[in-house]
Design a protein around this ligand. Structure first.
Ligand code: CIR
Length: 280
């Protein structure tokens, strides 16, 4: 059973300053702004092609990472949750997103994280399913207090904390960078590296849902967007082997998206698209 019929996608236009976005990996080649803009425009086309109404928040040059709208907001069941960004340079991104949500989705209840709670929305991995579970990475961006506040915002769900290996241990930025849903319910794509396999083990040991994993050859390709039966995944140019794995598994429901420029600043596919169901 598919628990959600998603009908809207909220994106945020990239700022030209995204060339100096935060990154925890060394950059071999700087972000090419034309390429980044083209990737964003193509994502908008695909979002419409899979039947979603597109909403776009304006860019803000003050925030190089503002395109990554997955981090300042999370939507579920009539509640819009606004985490307090884990990285200080990103804390001001939330303001414009909050205003936008209030204007375009006025019936949503907006809950803002407060106090000592920190989180990037990229650590939230919604599973749903029978157990109504949400996994939440505890990472360099998300702390235990942040997880507690997420749980308080969604009392009907079980929020399960999942520790994320550090960069030194081969860990990626967020839980959603390590694994993401490829179907409705507890189905996760995950990479094969030692660090990703550790995340897999952490999930197997802690989650209350029985998660089915789809392993892809490249860690950075484990991030895909599942929406209403479609799987938007990595491009052939970036990750040819993982591209093939997605195409073989999902056939005509698999749609590749290029993410070459945003990948340079630790951005994956889900982080540029926030999905929601809203009565239109
Ligand atoms: C950052 O380090 O915050 C950005 N350069 C990348 C954020 C990616 N967000 C995500 O995966 N949800």
């Amino acid at each position: 059973m598919s628990e959600i019929e998603i009908n809207c996608a909220v994106l945020r236009a990239p700022s030209k300053s995204c060339v100096s976005g935060v990154t925890q990996r060394p950059i071999d080649e700087p972000v090419k702004i034309e390429g980044a803009m083209a990737e964003h425009e193509y994502t908008k086309e695909v979002v419409k092609k899979v039947g979603l109404k597109l909403y776009e928040v304006e860019a803000d040059e003050e925030y190089p990472d503002c395109v990554f709208i997955e981090d300042p907001v999370f939507f579920l069941d009539g509640v819009a949750f606004f985490p307090q960004a884990g990285h200080p340079s990103r804390r001001g991104e939330k303001g414009a997103v909050l205003e936008f949500v209030k204007k375009h989705f006025p019936t949503l209840k907006c809950v803002e994280m407060t106090g000592e709670g920190y989180m990037d929305g990229g650590d939230i991995c919604f599973l749903g399913g029978e157990k109504k579970e949400i996994l939440c990475g505890v990472s360099t961006r998300t702390n235990e207090e942040g997880v507690r506040q997420l749980q308080a915002a969604y009392p009907d769900y079980t929020v399960t904390p999942i520790p994320i290996p550090t960069v030194e241990e081969g860990g990626l930025l967020h839980l959603i960078t390590h694994c993401s849903r490829y179907a409705s319910g507890p189905y996760l794509a995950i990479g094969k590296s030692e660090a990703s396999q550790r995340v897999k083990k952490n999930i197997e040991e802690r989650a209350i849902s029985k998660v089915e994993f789809f392993e892809v050859p490249d860690d950075w390709a484990a991030n895909c967007i599942y929406v209403n039966g479609y799987v938007l995944h990595c491009s052939q140019e970036e990750y040819p082997e993982s591209f093939k794995a997605y195409q073989e598994k999902f056939g005509d429901k698999a749609i590749p998206l290029k993410n070459k420029e945003f990948d340079k600043i630790d951005g994956s596919l889900t982080c540029r698209v926030r999905l929601l169901k809203y009565p239109l």
